[in-house]
Design a binder for this molecule. Structure first.
Ligand code: SF4
Ligand code: SF4
Length: 194
C-alpha cells in the first residue's frame, strides 16, 4: 500500500492499487469471508437495504435529477478522486457481490467508477450515499428527505457492521497488520500524528 503513505497520491494509481489489493484478498479469503456466519447473515440484509435506498431515491426523483445534472448540464459531483472514498474493505465487499471493476477511468475528470449509466459499483461509500447537494435539497420535500434518510440509515449501519466484521476476521487471519485497509488513502499523510 505504498500510495496510501504518499502525501499527494495519484488518485488513479491509488484506486488501482486498492482494487488490486482487494482482489488479492478476495482470492485468498473471499470464500472464508462468505462462510462466516455473521457476514452470511448481513450480506442479504445489506443487499435488500441498498435496493430499498435506491427505490426511495428513485421514487423521490433524485436519480433523474442527478442524471440531468451530470449528463445534460455537465455538472455532477462524481469527480475524479472521489473513487478513493472506497476503502479496500468497501472494494472487497463489492467483490463479494460479484461486481466487476472497470479496467480504467472511462470518463476523464470523473470518478473511476462513473459509467454511461451512472455508478458501476454496488456497495458505495457513505459519502456517495448520504450526500444531498443544494439542488437536491431544494427539490425534495421535508417528508421525502426524512424518508430517504431513514431508509439510508439501515444501509449505512449494515455497511459499517460488515466492514467491522471483515476487518476483525482479516486482522485475525493475517496477524493484525491490515488496519490500513479501512483508510480512504488520500489527502492525509498518515505518517504524521493526527
Ligand atoms: S448530488 Fe447534486 S451535484 Fe451531485 S449529481 Fe446529483 S444533483 Fe448533481
Ligand atoms: S457514487 Fe459511484 S461514481 Fe459517484 S463518486 Fe461515488 S463511487 Fe464514484
Amino acid at each position: 500500500m505504498r500510495h496510501l503513505r504518499q502525501e499527494k497520491p495519484d488518485p488513479t494509481r491509488l484506486i488501482e492499487e486498492k482494487i488490486q489489493t482487494a482482489q488479492e484478498i478476495f482470492i485468498i479469503w473471499g470464500e472464508d469471508l462468505k462462510k462466516d456466519a455473521l457476514i452470511k447473515a448481513l450480506l442479504p440484509r445489506y443487499e435488500k437495504a441498498v435496493n430499498a435506498s435506491n427505490k426511495a431515491m428513485e421514487e423521490a426523483g433524485t436519480f433523474k435529477e442527478c442524471y440531468v445534472c451530470s449528463v445534460i448540464d455537465k455538472k455532477g459531483c462524481c469527480k475524479i478522486g472521489l473513487e478513493n472514498e472506497c476503502s479496500v474493505l468497501i472494494l472487497l465487499l463489492n467483490l463479494l457481490f460479484d461486481v466487476k471493476f472497470p479496467e480504467e477511468r472511462e470518463v476523464p475528470g470523473r470518478c473511476f467508477f462513473v459509467g454511461p449509466v451512472g455508478c458501476k459499483i454496488f456497495a458505495r461509500p457513505m459519502l456517495c450515499r448520504d450526500y444531498f447537494c443544494l439542488r437536491l435539497q431544494k427539490m425534495l420535500s421535508e417528508k421525502e428527505m426524512a424518508h430517504i434518510t431513514q431508509v439510508l440509515n439501515e444501509e449505512l449501519t449494515l455497511l459499517h457492521q460488515i466492514n467491522t466484521r471483515m476487518r476483525e476476521l482479516l486482522e485475525e487471519w493475517t496477524g493484525r497488520f491490515l488496519l490500513e485497509y479501512d483508510l480512504t488513502g488520500y489527502g492525509v499523510d498518515y505518517r504524521r500524528p493526527l
